[in-house]
Design a protein around this ligand. Structure first.
Ligand SMILES: CC(C)(COP(=O)(O)OP(=O)(O)OC[C@H]1O[C@@H](n2cnc3c(N)ncnc32)[C@H](O)[C@@H]1OP(=O)(O)O)[C@@H](O)C(=O)NCCC(=O)NCCS
Length: 180
C-alpha cells in the first residue's frame, strides 16, 4: 500500500486551474482557496500551491514576501525573544527587519490530517528557499498561526516572535532557514 506521502505532488495554482471542492474543517480557509486564491494571484498578493494526490486536492498553502520586524521591546523577555531571532546573524548584519516569506494560509483536508502532509509542506517551503534560486534573499519563514495549530508549528521548529500576542487568536511565529 503506497503511503499518501509518496503520492503527493505540489503544483502552483494559476488562473486556469480548475478548483472543485476542498474541506479542511475551517470555513475561512476553504473559502480562500475556492473563492480568493486566484484574485490574490492576479493582484500579486499571494501565490497558492496545491498539494494533490492524483486529481484530489489534499492540502494547499500560499506564500507572500514579508519582513520579520522587531516589535516594540518593552520587557527583558521581549528583548530575549528578539535577540534569539538574530542569534545566528553576525552583529554587523543585525537589523530591525529581516527578509522573509510568509505562509499566508496552510490547510490540510480534514480526511488527510495527521498523515504528515503538514510537515511535508513546511519541508517543501524550506527546500524552495534553500535550494532554488530567487531574485531576492529570504532568511526566515513567518506565519500568523491559528491557536489550534500552535503545537503543529512548534513541532516544526517555529518559534514565537513576541509574548504580546499570547492571548490573541493567532500568534506570530518564525522559522530560521539557516537553522536547518
Ligand atoms: C494544522 C494542520 C496544518 C497540520 O497538518 P497535518 O498534516 O495534520 O500535520 P502532520 O501530520 O504533518 O503533523 C506533524 C506533527 O504535528 C502534530 N500536529 C498536527 N496537527 C496538530 C494540531 N492541530 N495540534 C497539535 N499537534 C499537531 C502531529 O501530531 C505531528 O506530530 P509528530 O511530530 O509527532 O509527527 C492541519 O491539521 C490543518 O490544516 N488544520 C486545519 C486548518 C489549520 O489550522 N491550518 C493552520 C492555519 S495557521
Amino acid at each position: 500500500m503506497t503511503s499518501v506521502l509518496d503520492q503527493i505532488e505540489i503544483v502552483r495554482l494559476d488562473e486556469d486551474t480548475e478548483l472543485f471542492s476542498f474541506d479542511c474543517g475551517d470555513m475561512d480557509l476553504n473559502d480562500f482557496l475556492l473563492n480568493d486564491a486566484k484574485n490574490y494571484l492576479k493582484s500579486m498578493l499571494a501565490v497558492t500551491y496545491l498539494v494533490k494526490v492524483e486529481d484530489e486536492i489534499v492540502a494547499y498553502f500560499c506564500l507572500s514576501y514579508d519582513g520579520l520586524t522587531r516589535t516594540t521591546i518593552l520587557t527583558e523577555e521581549e528583548k530575549a525573544l528578539w535577540n534569539r531571532v538574530g542569534r545566528k546573524i553576525p552583529n554587523s548584519k543585525r537589523r530591525k527587519t529581516y527578509p522573509a516569506v510568509k505562509i499566508g494560509r496552510l490547510a490540510v483536508a480534514e480526511k488527510y490530517a495527521g498523515f504528515g502532509i503538514g510537515r511535508r509542506i513546511i519541508d517543501a517551503i524550506a527546500v524552495m528557499y534553500l535550494c532554488e534560486q530567487h531574485h531576492a534573499a529570504c532568511r526566515f519563514v513567518t506565519v500568523d498561526a491559528y491557536r489550534s495549530a500552535l503545537s503543529f508549528y512548534e513541532r516544526n521548529d517555529f518559534r514565537y516572535l513576541t509574548t504580546k500576542d499570547g492571548e490573541d487568536d493567532t500568534r506570530a511565529m518564525y522559522f530560521d532557514l539557516k537553522a536547518i
